[in-house]
Design a protein around this ligand. Structure first.
Ligand SMILES: NC(=O)c1ccc[n+]([C@@H]2O[C@H](COP(=O)([O-])OP(=O)(O)OC[C@H]3O[C@@H](n4cnc5c(N)ncnc54)[C@H](O)[C@@H]3O)[C@@H](O)[C@H]2O)c1
Length: 259
C-alpha cells in the first residue's frame, strides 16, 4: 500500500466533488492535508466530518483561499509552513467558473470566455508559480494539476443532445493549457528537484442526465463514467516517491474513453 506518512499535501478546491474525496484519500494513506478553498462553510463542514471520523487536528488545516489572488496564495503557503514546517506537494484542483460556464458555443461571450480562462488557467498558473518559488527554496516539491480528457480530445457533442449542459468551449483551452503549462514548468525547473504532472480524468458520475450517462458509457472500454475514488490510485502514486522520476506528464484516467 502507498504510504504518504509525513507528506504535507495542499489541495486547492479541497471542499469540492473530487477534492473532498482526494482529501480523504491522502488522510487514509497517512498524509497531512491543507484544504485550500474559497468556500469557508463547506470547509467547516468537511473539517467536522473528518473530526467525527477520527482524524486528528494535527494532520489537517483549512485555509480560506482564492487561487486568483496572489496575497491569498502567499498566505496559504505561509499558513501551511507555519503549521507543518514544510510542503511536499500541491494539488491544483479548484474549479473556478462563472455563470456563463455551461453555455453552448453560439451563446458564449468574449468576456465570459476570457474570465473563465483567467480564473481557471490563470489561477492554476499563479499557484504553480508561487508554490514553485517556495519549493526551490525548500529544495524539493511536487505539483499535480487536474486537467481533463477535454484537454486531450475534442468533445463528442452527440452525448449532450438531451442533457441540460454541454462541454463548454472555454474548458478546452483551459485544460489543454494546464497540460502544456505542466511541461513548461517541468523543463523550466530542471535540476531543482521539483516535478510537475497532470491527471486527465474522464467524466465522473455525479447524477448527470440519464441519456448523457447512457451515451457516454457507450464509449468506455469497461466501465464508462468513473467514480471519484477511481482517480485516487493515480493521485496517490503521483504524490508518492514511487513516481519520483515521472515529470512533465499527463496521465489520462478515463477507462479508454478518449481512445
Ligand atoms: N468532475 C468531473 O467530472 C471532472 C472531470 C475531469 C476533470 N475535472 C477537474 O477536476 C477538478 C475538480 O473538479 P470538481 O468537479 O471536483 O469541481 P467542484 O466544482 O465540485 O469543486 C471545485 C471546488 O473549487 C472551489 N473553488 C472555486 N473557485 C475557487 C477559487 N478561485 N479559489 C479556491 N477554490 C475555488 C469551490 O469552492 C469548490 O469547492 C477541476 O479541475 C475539474 O476541471 C473534473
Amino acid at each position: 500500500m502507498i504510504n504518504l506518512e509525513n507528506k504535507v499535501v495542499v489541495i486547492t478546491g479541497g471542499c469540492g466533488f473530487l477534492g473532498s474525496t482526494f482529501v480523504k484519500a491522502v488522510l487514509e494513506h497517512n498524509g497531512r492535508v491543507v484544504i485550500a478553498d474559497l468556500d469557508k462553510e463547506a470547509g467547516n463542514r468537511l473539517l467536522l466530518t473528518l473530526a467525527e471520523s477520527g482524524v486528528s487536528q494535527d494532520r489537517i488545516l483549512f485555509s480560506e483561499t482564492s487561487i486568483n489572488n496572489i496575497h491569498s496564495v502567499e498566505r496559504l503557503i505561509e499558513e501551511t509552513h507555519l503549521k507543518f514546517g514544510k510542503i511536499d506537494a500541491l494539488l491544483n484542483n479548484a474549479h473556478p467558473r462563472n455563470s456563463n460556464y455551461s453555455k453552448v458555443l453560439d451563446e458564449s461571450s468574449y468576456d465570459a470566455f476570457c474570465e473563465n480562462l483567467t480564473n481557471h488557467l490563470g489561477g492554476y498558473f499563479l499557484c504553480m508559480q508561487q508554490f514553485s518559488k517556495y519549493f526551490v527554496k525548500q529544495g524539493f516539491g511536487n505539483i499535480i494539476s487536474m486537467s481533463s480528457i477535454y484537454g486531450v480530445v475534442a468533445p463528442r457533442f452527440d452525448i449532450y443532445e438531451e442533457a441540460d449542459f454541454t462541454m463548454p468551449v472555454d474548458y478546452a483551452p483551459i485544460k489543454s493549457g494546464i497540460t502544456h503549462l505542466t511541461k513548461y514548468f517541468a523543463r523550466y525547473y530542471k535540476n531543482k528537484n521539483l516535478r510537475f504532472n497532470c491527471i486527465s480524468p474522464g467524466g465522473v458520475f455525479n447524477n448527470q442526465h440519464p441519456s448523457f450517462v447512457e451515451k457516454y458509457n457507450r464509449y468506455g472500454t469497461n466501465k464508462g463514467m468513473l467514480n471519484p475514488e477511481d482517480l485516487c490510485g493515480t493521485l496517490l502514486f503521483l504524490l508518492s516517491d514511487l513516481s519520483e522520476y515521472i515529470n512533465g506528464q499527463n496521465i489520462v484516467v478515463d477507462d479508454g474513453w478518449s481512445l
